[in-house]
Design a protein around this ligand. Structure first.
Ligand code: SF4
Length: 643
């Protein structure tokens, strides 16, 4: 039986399991990437493993998220990451070098290899034929230490691209069309693999725009074949030696199939407040725009910004519009500066920001109250822009540029002939903002400013676990409730003691105090506890406060994995009515905890205060049981001698 591109790469990297969807597999990781927001914790965890040098083929630490320096915290984090990277064999991409996914695509991504990144848009590198997956910082730390990455074998969805995009229609419209059809839940547990005659009409950056926003479908990753177009991109980056052809076998078998006729697509927009709320741009034409933001890891490539420059050439941004542009990388900005396109942007009235995530992560450029913002980004959740009342529309660079000129949401097809932009035969290569690892690591001192604090580590599970119910929560508690993340708290991601003062405070302002006074304890939750994001801090901070277990009616999958990674026991009520009998400050007790976790699928926990016993379901794999017994993934990895 033939294999698809994704199946071929997985098979080559398979350490455990088979290519059977729904079953757990483990794969070897060739490359890792981190960004600063998740990176500090990942490197603290890597250091805790006691490994001298990374064991991957390549690891890169990027600074692109928290580049505003209104206090010393971000600068402290950057210096810590720079020095820890230098010491342990990791390349360091300095602030200003660009957004991790754009730079990785340009300078490091290799077809056929695996990439694990502590950022959800890591699948961007699927545009070059890499199997690229976003994961928690701890998973990335383990991969840097040579550990395999565990995941559920996804279903492979064949996305058959027919035809060719019409003028003014772009790669962004392809992925918006998929989001329109499948919604933000449509990709869960799946890899989207693009095939068909339409593939060769798309450049690598265009492919990367599509794989980038596969994350919004909830997909494990997305991937394009590595073909002649890939070769030409790598050659233009001076990296033809990294090329390897990877095509699907003609008789490859897929689990599902979707067809998109590229020639039938029109410019699309995702309306507030979800990336799948997609309609044709033409239907939005009289909406007045306050801000246009062009950039992000979705649409900030050289070709994207050249197109914008040509549309803006000789024009002026509408009086009531603020146009901000963040180039994806120093390479892109440098080339725009050299060929004069930057002058077109500036003279049209664009405000040029640094090469970083910027407005996409709420670091500046919040729109006005009730403002309408058009963005080429990948997310438009309520409040993400920094202005709770703002309405954000996600569009292509073409639609964004056209609307910046007219001041209203504008279908770019109304502008007449589309300016043509070719992919360059050679990119401007200057890696002087990438610091290589030290040749003599012993001579490097890791510098920890006051914002770098040790992180909590789980302890091996004792025979008897006792503690009070610290809080009883309702249904659908999000990771934002558990560990709020906002512009004020973001700089403290490597400072768990500081963050712990905010743990669960949106639900119970006294939770941190109660946890401290009682030496930790248990959390009781309702349905879908921990929904929202992969935020590891939503497990790390409770661990720091001494939380030993969470009893809930059900868990969100990723948060449950994060609890286990940190040695906190997730337990599901076998009888949901038992939830009603528990009250705050009840004392709970698990006898024979080690044996129960090791052997049983149902754990008995006693409510000492009420004289009741509850049957709690443990949905744990063999490996997850070991993690809890050892007090988390780090301890297990150390015990298994990965170092
Ligand atoms: Fe995340 Fe936005 Fe940065 Fe992309 S540009 S990595 S989506 S913050």
């Amino acid at each position: 039986m033939g294999l698809s591109v994704a199946q071929k790469i997985i098979k080559q990297h398979l350490v455990k399991g088979d290519l059977i969807p729904g079953k757990e597999i483990a794969i070897r990781i060739d490359q890792t990437l981190t960004q600063d927001s998740t990176g500090t914790m990942a490197y603290l965890q890597f250091e805790a493993m006691g490994i001298d040098r990374v064991k991957t083929k390549l690891s890169v630490a990027y600074i692109d998220h928290n580049t505003l320096q209104t206090g010393p915290e971000n600068a402290d984090d950057h210096l810590y990451i720079q020095t820890v990277a230098k010491k342990h064999g990791i390349y360091f991409s300095k602030p200003g070098n660009g957004i991790c996914h754009q730079v990785h695509l340009e300078r490091f991504a290799v077809p056929g290899q695996t990439l694990l990144g502590s950022d959800s848009h890591t699948p961007t590198a699927g545009g070059i034929g890499m199997l690229a997956i976003g994961a928690g910082g701890l998973d990335v730390a383990v991969a840097m230490g040579g550990g395999e990455y565990y995941l559920t074998m996804p279903k492979i969805v064949k996305v058959n691209l027919k035809g060719r995009l019409q003028p003014w229609v772009s790669a962004k419209d392809v992925i918006l069309e998929l989001l329109r059809r499948l919604t933000v839940k449509g990709g869960v547990g799946k890899i989207f693999e693009y095939t068909g005659e339409g593939v060769k009409t798309l450049s690598v950056p265009e492919r990367a725009t599509i794989t980038n926003m596969g994350a919004e479908l909830g997909a494990t990753t997305s991937i394009f074949p590595s073909d002649q177009v890939t070769y030409e991109f790598l050659k233009a980056q001076g990296r033809e030696a990294d090329f390897v052809e990877i095509l699907p076998d003609p008789d490859a078998v897929y689990d599902e199939e979707i067809e998109i006729d590229l020639s039938s697509l029109v410019p699309l927009a995702a309306c507030p407040h979800s990336p799948d709320n997609v309609v044709p741009v033409a239907e939005l034409k009289n909406i007045r725009v306050d801000q246009v933001a062009i950039g992000s890891c979705t649409n900030s490539s050289f070709k994207d910004l050249m197109k914008v420059a040509k549309i803006l050439e000789g024009k002026t941004v509408a009086e009531h519009v603020s146009l901000v542009i963040s180039p994806g990388s120093k390479q892109v900005l440098n080339m725009l500066a050299q060929n004069g396109a930057l002058a077109s942007l500036v003279s049209a009235g664009a405000r040029i920001l640094e090469c970083a995530c910027g407005p996409c992560i709420g670091m500046g450029q919040a729109p006005r109250t009730n403002g309408i913002s058009l963005r080429t980004f990948n997310r438009n959740f309520e409040g993400r822009s920094g202005t709770p009342s703002a309405k954000v529309y996600l569009v292509s660079p073409e639609t964004a540029a056209a609307s910046a000129i007219t001041g209203y949401i504008t279908d770019p097809r109304t502008l007449g002939d589309e300016p043509q932009v070719e992919m360059p035969k050679s990119f401007l290569i200057n890696d002087n903002l990438i610091v290589p690892p030290a040749e003599k690591p012993d001579e490097v001192e890791v510098i920890r400013g006051p914002n770098i604090k040790p992180f909590p580590q789980g302890k091996p599970l004792p025979e008897v676990v006792v503690g009070k119910v610290l809080v009883k929560l309702g249904d659908n508690i999000t990771t934002d409730h558990i560990m709020p993340s906002n512009a004020k708290l973001l700089p403290y991601r490597s400072n768990i003691p500081y963050l712990s003062d905010y743990c669960l405070t949106p639900c119970d302002p006294d939770f941190p105090k109660k946890a401290r006074e009682n030496g930790g304890g248990f959390i009781v939750g309702g349905i879908n506890y921990g929904q929202g994001s992969s935020r590891e801090h939503a497990a790390l901070v409770p661990l720091y406060l001494g939380v030993k277990g969470v009893l809930a009616k059900s868990f969100a999958r990723i948060h449950m994995a994060n609890l286990i990674n940190n040695g906190i026991i997730p337990m599901v009520f076998e009888n949901p009515d038992d939830y009603d009998t528990i009250e705050e400050m009840d004392e709970l007790k698990i006898e024979n905890a080690r044996e129960q976790i090791e052997k049983n699928d149902v754990l008995i926990i006693e409510n000492v205060t009420k004289g009741l016993k509850y049957r709690m379901v443990l949905n744990l794999t063999e490996r997850q049981r070991k993690m809890i017994l050892h007090g988390g993934l780090l301890n297990l990895t150390k015990a298994q001698g990965k170092n």
